[in-house]
Design a protein around this ligand. Structure first.
Ligand code: NDP
Ligand code: HEM
Length: 509
């Protein structure tokens, strides 16, 4: 199929066809027309360049500054725009959010998909969790759901996140992926095993971005009338159906078309313009009352665990559609900044420790990656008017003109909406001893065992064992052995089969 020209290949042609009557003359960044684009200004035909060639200098200076830091994780990705639609009143009673105020209510969204461990130029078809973030441009400000394609995560305390990421990215000496580091983390922090099992199952290699589910993963708050609190999980299921890649096919694609998933999303949305069929997902919630939360056999705020479906059924409350490609990748997608701390009225956090860490980490990394005024960039800018007492800084685009820059003041504020307290979390009881509580042994195996026994059929089990063994066989033998022990704790048979598989790969345990 290599000769076929897909929508992505036609991008420049399409631009030209649309713009050909409107293309003016070339200018510099001040909008002044350029004199020459094909030669530097030199002293004589073969002589040196003169300093007064500021057109050349500006071009080189701009080029020298093209790159910004890539995301420290989730660097490689793809994104698009579209809308979210509320489809059920079930949730209208549980949150005061305008996103869910009535059936048929639409909100503009931006979505970004990503791989976690690879850097900006890495291949799309690698075994890795996929990021799946949604920014809702609501009339009450931006609400961000910064989720993944898995319902759970590798750890339950943010102190482990940088450590874990170090173990999955590159060895600092060799700058290569290091399988000893990769598996050693699991051995030392076995709460990661549930996520490792999902990662090495079929869904660890989704076929592009359109054929996977997304999960907000954490437990969040919904705040209804009178500050009534309901705990919630958000789940978005693909309408395209789940489709995964065969590991061998994925390896080949990584060489032939490293941007496979990015291209697939771009082309699907361009094709939608003629077929009317755009990528879409159905949006569900699971809910739990604060009273229920106190009586569960598992910690409902532990992100290494799911809420079982039989007790907490999925309720469909919305759908979203991606119908617009970025008009420019860097401006619209590289500069997109999601933060789990962006809660609009009617949503809030939970005591989930990992979430608490994330509330700090994302805005902090954006300040480093995009600068002090990143929320003023068009793609991050809310549709509401920003009105506060923060001013200035690098690259300010909107500095609130003549409004007072201090509070309190005698010039009309702006002040806090007296109703604001009604849409935030109710007061929380905290009567506790401050200390370091390591949660390493907080029921690490019950749900992974269910995943193995209940969710995977015989052939899916075979593939899981094969996938783990393939990657594990590259680690040092004592780390392999210790890893097998972790999987034995999940299920004796799983551990034994893994041990057997490793021995057939001629690894001596
Ligand atoms: P259910 O049988 O009701 O649900 C199983 C879920 O697993 C379904 O949502 C299914 O997705 C999903 N699933 C199937 N294959 C995979 C895979 N390879 N990787 C990830 N998810 C997969 O079970 P329970 O709710 O009782 O949970 C049992 C176990 O299922 C959990 O311990 C957990 O490991 C796993 N799971 C549970 C989820 C939950 O929120 N309860 C969510 C995802 C996984 P689909 O709907 O597409 O068939
Ligand atoms: C990206 C930190 C856990 C999903 C990032 C980034 C940081 C980060 C610093 C880069 C952001 C940027 O440069 O814009 C952390 C920390 C975590 C954590 C400290 C735990 C304490 C999680 C979890 C999920 C997740 C649990 C999913 C449920 C994502 C996604 C992105 C991302 C989807 C990419 C966002 C985008 O598309 O721009 N994370 N993360 N992270 N993280 Fe996390």
């Amino acid at each position: 199929h290599h000769d076929e020209r897909d929508a992505a290949a036609e991008q420049l042609t399409n631009w030209y066809n649309q713009m050909k009557d409107k293309i003016g003359y070339s200018t510099n960044n001040a909008g002044i027309q350029l004199i020459n684009k094909d030669a530097s200004l030199t002293a004589g035909k073969y002589g040196p360049i003169v300093l007064r060639d500021f057109e050349l200098i500006q071009q080189l200076q701009s080029f020298d500054r093209e790159r910004i830091p890539e995301r420290v994780v989730h660097a490689k990705g793809a994104g698009a725009f579209g809308y979210f639609e509320c489809t059920s009143q079930t949730i209208s009673k549980l949150t005061v959010s305008k996103v869910f105020e009535k059936v048929g209510k639409r909100t503009d969204i931006a979505v970004r998909f990503s791989q976690v461990a690879g850097s900006l130029g890495s291949a799309d078809t690698v075994r890795d969790p996929r990021g799946f973030s949604i920014k809702f441009y609501t009339e009450e400000g931006n609400w961000d759901l910064v989720g993944n394609n898995t319902p759970i995560f590798f750890m339950r305390d943010p102190i482990h996140f940088p450590m874990f990421i170090h173990s999955q990215k590159k060895n600092p000496v060799t700058n290569l992926r290091d399988w000893d580091m990769f598996w050693d983390f699991l051995v030392k922090r076995p709460e990661a095993v549930h996520q490792f099992m999902i990662l090495f199952s079929d869904r660890g290699l989704p076929d592009g971005h359109r054929h996977q589910h997304g999960y907000g993963s954490h437990t969040f708050s919904l705040i209804g009338e009178n500050r009534k609190l309901t705990w919630v999980k958000f789940i978005y299921k693909t309408d395209q159906g789940i489709r995964n890649l065969d590991p061998k096919e994925a390896d080949i694609l990584a060489g032939q078309d490293p941007d496979y998933a990015l291209r697939d999303l771009y082309d699907a949305i361009e094709q939608g313009k003629t077929t009317g069929k755009y990528p879409s997902w159905t949006f569900y919630i699971q809910t739990m009352t604060p009273e229920q939360a106190k009586t569960q056999t598992f910690n409902p705020f532990d992100i290494t665990k799911v809420w079982p479906h039989d007790k907490f059924p999925l309720q469909p409350v919305g759908k979203f559609v991606l119908n617009r490609n970025p008009s420019n990748y860097f401006a619209d997608i590289e500069q997109l900044a999601f933060s789990p701390s962006n809660f609009t009225p009617g949503f809030g956090p939970s005591p989930d420790r990992l979430l608490q860490g994330r509330l700090f980490s994302y805005p902090d990394t954006h300040l480093y990656r995009l600068g002090a005024n990143y929320q003023q960039l068009p793609v991050n800018r809310p549709t509401t008017t920003v009105s506060n007492f923060q001013r200035d800084g690098e690259s300010v685009l909107y500095n609130q003109n003549g409004a007072p820059n201090y509070h309190p003041n005698s010039f009309g504020g702006p002040d806090v909406n007296p109703l604001a307290k009604s849409w935030t979390n109710p007061p929380e009881d905290v009567n506790a001893q401050v200390d370091y509580y390591d949660l390493v042994d907080d029921d690490n195996y019950t749900q992974p065992k269910q995943f193995w026994n209940k969710v995977l059929d015989a052939s899916a089990k075979n593939r899981l064992v094969e996938n783990i063994a393939g990657a594990l066989s590259k680690a040092r033998t004592d780390i392999q052995k210790a890893t097998v022990e972790v999987f034995k704790n999940v299920d004796e048979t799983l551990g034994q089969r893994l041990g057997q598989k490793l021995s057939t790969l001629q690894v001596h345990l």
